[in-house]
Design a binder for this molecule. Structure first.
Ligand code: ADP
Ligand code: UVW
Ligand code: MG
Length: 438
């Protein structure tokens, strides 16, 4: 009977989450601890640490030396190794497997043990996920050096979407160039969609190949996914994680010509390019200088929501303060309404693409799980399709992995669920099942 301690590392665009599992080959991983640093795009970043299901550190501000995902990971690893009440990791040698979330996996259709060859292959994909892949590979490098006894495994966000049919994943461009440059829809957040699909299918009491859903992963990066017979049928992100819905610093889909009218130097390499990541000004503008940050000045959608719903005629002491409050309220409401509009656009399109056979709409990700206002606004706009929110349940704190927030209507009426997605668990689960990583 083989047992190992596994770390699952999820480097998102605004956070790094690391979970520790006791893993037995072929069995479901058992979580021992979870540490995360969030708010990397809205400093100061904060550290949260949970051991044995109990919160040890709730939201400790960490100092400004945390420059990015790699620094955040170092601090998380230190937190775990130095915790005397986590006896399973007394030293770094106790860690047997590290599962890394790699957002762009190109054509890989299963997780890969990271050898020199895989690493080089993945490096070539860095430019196609400019907020993710190079950061994750930085963490992989650190693990190779700091944890020499561990197997490093790459798990891909794009893998779940390998089932998208050709007519949906193809862009209407020259076919030879598309083939040679591998230009097609890949799709991301797939580790999360795999978790969502299994959890929601079990909750609905259906067989895996008989469930149709529209799932929304709404976090710093946001996407929608149409799931047909348990498999990805379409998703809103594309060749890169820029397409589709807007995000914390991303524009989402805009007219492709827009960027050429935005500034004159957009074809040039950005000064922020490094030897690991080549990024043009155009990509930098649309990936890092747009989205909620550009529109409202904050990447925190919780703040956007509360200001959007605050009264615009507050009784501030001066006229200037009143003007500021009005501006905040107006621009936050604009951002909120814009997001609802774009999300509903995808739901409508996927509802038709799935021929109206939809068992459930699922909300997940930081915003999907924590914003009852957003869920209510979306469901209200799509009520013509039969979706209905239960206001009382929707406003309660979400405690279980899957919770129903829709009104329980007739048998044929689509359900509305919230899934507390867990990408770290999904990666550890996949690694526990594959003998190659043991
Ligand atoms: N109470 C809240 N209401 C709305 N949005 C929230 C709330 N709390 C956190 N968020 C949003 O969730 C986002 C983080 O989502 P998450 O999925 O954890 O991010 P990442 O993409 O880094 O993995 C934050 O950017 C924040 O905007
Ligand atoms: C793919 C993606 O955008 O991921 P995240 O939301 O974690 O940044
Ligand atoms: Mg994420």
């Amino acid at each position: 009977m083989k047992k190992k301690i596994a770390l699952s590392v999820n480097a998102g665009s605004s956070s790094v989450k690391v979970s520790v599992y006791d893993v037995e080959f072929g069995q479901a991983p058992v979580q021992l601890a979870e540490a995360q640093i969030s708010g990397l795009t809205s400093p100061p970043p904060t550290l949260k640490y949970v051991r044995d299901g109990k919160t040890v550190i709730k939201a400790k501000e960490v100092d400004d030396n945390i420059e990015g995902q790699r620094d955040a990971f170092s601090l998380l690893l230190e937190t775990l190794v130095e915790d005397e009440d986590l006896p399973q990791i007394k030293s770094k040698e106790d860690i047997g497997i590290v599962c890394h979330r790699i957002v762009h996996g190109g054509d890989y259709s299963k997780p890969q043990l990271i050898s020199n060859e895989t690493y080089e292959h993945l490096e070539n994909l860095n430019d196609l996920a400019p907020l993710h892949n190079a950061n994750s590979l930085g963490i992989v490098q650190l693990c190779i050096r700091a944890l020499p006894t561990a197997n490093n495994v790459a798990c891909f966000d794009s893998q779940f979407h390998s089932t998208i049919p050709e007519h949906i994943r193809t862009y209407p461009i020259n076919r030879d160039i598309a083939r040679s440059n591998k230009l097609r829809k890949y799709g991301f957040h797939g580790i999360s969609y795999a978790f969502i699909t299994r959890s929601a299918t079990e909750f609905l009491g259906k067989e895996p190949d008989e469930v149709n859903m529209i799932a929304l992963h709404l976090g710093s990066g946001a996407s929608a996914c149409a799931i047909k017979n348990g498999k990805s049928w379409d998703t809103s992100m594309g060749l890169t994680p820029l397409a589709g819905l807007p995000g914390a610093t991303r524009s989402g889909s805009v007219d492709p010509s827009l960027v050429f009218h935005y500034a004159s130097d957009v074809g040039k390499l950005s000064p922020a390019s490094t030897s690991e990541l080549h990024i043009s000004r155009a990509e930098e503008i649309l990936n890092k200088e747009s989205g909620w940050k550009a529109l409202t000045g904050t990447t925190d959608f919780g703040k956007i929501t509360s200001l959007a719903f605050s009264s615009s005629s507050s009784s501030s002491s001066s006229d200037d303060d009143d003007d500021d409050d009005d501006y905040d309220h107006e621009v936050m409401k604009l951002a909120f309404d814009l997001f609802v509009d774009r999300i509903c656009g995808f739901i409508g399109s996927y509802y038709v693409s799935l021929r109206g056979k939809v068992d459930a709409l699922v909300f997940a990700g930081g915003i999907g799980e924590k914003s009852p206002q957003l869920r209510a606004a979306v469901v209200d706009q799509i009520s013509c399709l039969g979706f209905q929110i239960d206001d009382e349940v929707n406003n309660n704190e979400i405690r279980n992995v899957v919770e129903e927030v829709g009104k329980k209507g007739g048998l044929d009426e689509p359900r509305v669920l919230v899934v507390q997605t867990d990408e770290q668990f999904e990666m550890a689960r996949a690694c526990a099942e594959d003998a190659e990583f043991w």
